[in-house]
Design a protein around this ligand. Structure first.
Ligand SMILES: [Zn+2]
Ligand SMILES: [Zn+2]
Length: 443
């Protein structure tokens, strides 16, 4: 988002009353859950606190697996609200459990907690000036992906649900997850580590919901049944030939020529074997290194690339074909190849039945006019690790000021990423209503 002056920012933040009218304008859903009115009232009531939490997190960002202060703030607030709190989950994660007044299902709501090694360039009054060491370098730290909003929304939701505890069946499990952007090199962390530490058990979670702020018009909810975000894996191919004089190529085996054939053949995986009408995919070679002078055929070359897919079977198939192409082409030329994959995040895939069931809730919570079906998104999310274990739904929450073109503002991870706080109460209503409607089985 463009740099906003303080005055412009205040103008954006002040008109809460106008905002309310706008957000409810399209709200025509029939027979709402009898608890929905209370959610709306509470979400409005606690909004100043939600904004305060968001600004506090924004001003005090911490990198993945280092969310020490963040974790303490969250744990303290959850304890005050009466949650059973577990800290130190996947290093700095916090889990809060709220048991309703009678038995029922278990619903989990997730927020990530980490910031990025980005030096903030905006001029917000609560801008981050934090610096830390990352990968051996001094870096600025900023909530450039907007996870500060997610935490504030989930604490707001925690407050709403705690106040309604006596009228809720079942159990709410709040998952505050570290290191969504990936743990520091050499460390484990994030959703995968939380799953390993059984965060979805005791009690077993029946469904999990999460949201992410995104450059859509502020207060918009964008959902998609089935695949939403891509899987993201890396690969390294080492091709071994036999070194020789560049003038006498027949005396050796040229790994540069083999590598070139491999690069071209890898491009046929998508163009000739992936059914792009079902799920698109990408194979990119981003690095090709080898050799050091004009007249030497080198011994070895290295290719490195990334694979993106929107279907787990396509993802596996692509891996197998990369391995097969690299090894067989190399062998055909008399060389050899090794292929190693770095498995990143799986496909973020929304359970279709769960999504269909919860869309009326989204429409009621955000206003029917503000809820829309979204496209596939090429970025990846480790929320997908939770979805591999239990049905889950992940949605985007728009945070671009309504008077700006959301296709042109700085994206998440930009040093100028800006989140319009008018989206915060929408987030609280969405998360609260998802939990309540899921637990009560009502719409
Ligand atoms: Zn991010
Ligand atoms: Zn993010």
């Amino acid at each position: 988002m463009p740099k906003l002056g303080l005055l412009a920012l205040m103008v954006l933040l002040i008109p809460q009353a106008g905002l309310k009218t706008r957000l409810y304008a399209g709200q025509t859903a029939p027979a709402a859950n009898p608890l929905a009115g209370d959610v709306d009232r509470l979400a409005a009531e606690i909004n100043p606190q939600v904004v305060a939490w968001r600004r506090d997190f924004h001003k005090n960002p911490e990198l993945g697996n280092r969310e020490v202060r963040t974790s303490k703030v969250i744990a303290d607030e959850l304890r005050k609200l009466g949650y059973e709190v577990t800290t130190g989950v996947a290093k700095t994660g916090v889990v809060g459990v709220l048991r309703g007044s009678r038995p029922g299902p278990v619903v989990a709501l997730r927020s990530d907690m980490d910031a990025l090694p980005v030096a903030e360039q905006g001029d917000l009054p609560f801008k981050s000036i934090a610096r830390t060491e990352w990968n051996g370098q001094q870096v600025g730290v900023m909530h450039a992906c907007g996870h500060d909003n997610h935490m504030a929304i989930l604490l707001g939701t925690a407050t709403v649900l705690a106040k309604m505890k006596d009228r809720l069946p079942g159990t709410v499990k709040l998952i505050f997850q570290p290191a969504e952007e990936g743990p520091p090199p050499g460390e484990e962390g994030g959703a995968q580590q939380m799953v390993k530490e059984n965060v979805l058990e005791n009690p077993h979670v029946d469904a999990v919901f999460g949201l992410h702020v995104f450059p859509y018009p502020a207060g918009t909810i964008v959902y998609r049944p089935g695949p939403l975000m891509a899987s993201a894996d890396t690969f390294v191919i080492k091709i071994k030939g036999r070194q020789t004089h560049g003038a006498v190529p027949w005396g050796g085996i040229d790994p540069i020529v083999i590598g070139s054939q491999v690069v071209m053949a890898l491009q046929t995986i998508i163009s000739r074997t992936v059914n792009i009408t079902e799920a698109p995919a990408v194979v990119t070679v981003g690095r090709f290194t080898g050799g050091n002078r004009s007249n030497i055929v080198p011994e070895e070359v290295e290719l490195e690339g990334t694979v993106r897919a929107f279907d787990e079977s396509v993802r596996k198939d692509i891996h197998q074909r990369i391995r097969s192409i690299a090894t067989h082409l190399s062998e055909a030329a008399g060389g050899s190849a090794t292929v190693e994959f770095g498995l990143g995040y799986p496909v973020t895939r929304n359970d279709p039945a769960l999504t269909e069931r919860m869309v009326p809730t989204l429409r009621r919570a955000a206003g029917a006019d503000n809820v829309r079906l979204g496209p596939l998104t090429g970025t990846a999310e480790d929320f997908s690790f939770f979805q591999q274990k239990v049905p889950g739904m992940f949605v985007f929450l728009g945070v671009t000021p309504r008077d700006q073109d959301h296709t042109k503002v700085p994206q998440n991870h930009s040093p100028l990423f800006f989140a319009d706080e008018s989206a915060l109460p929408v987030g609280v209503r969405v998360m609260s209503n998802l939990a309540i409607d899921y637990l009560t089985g009502q719409k």
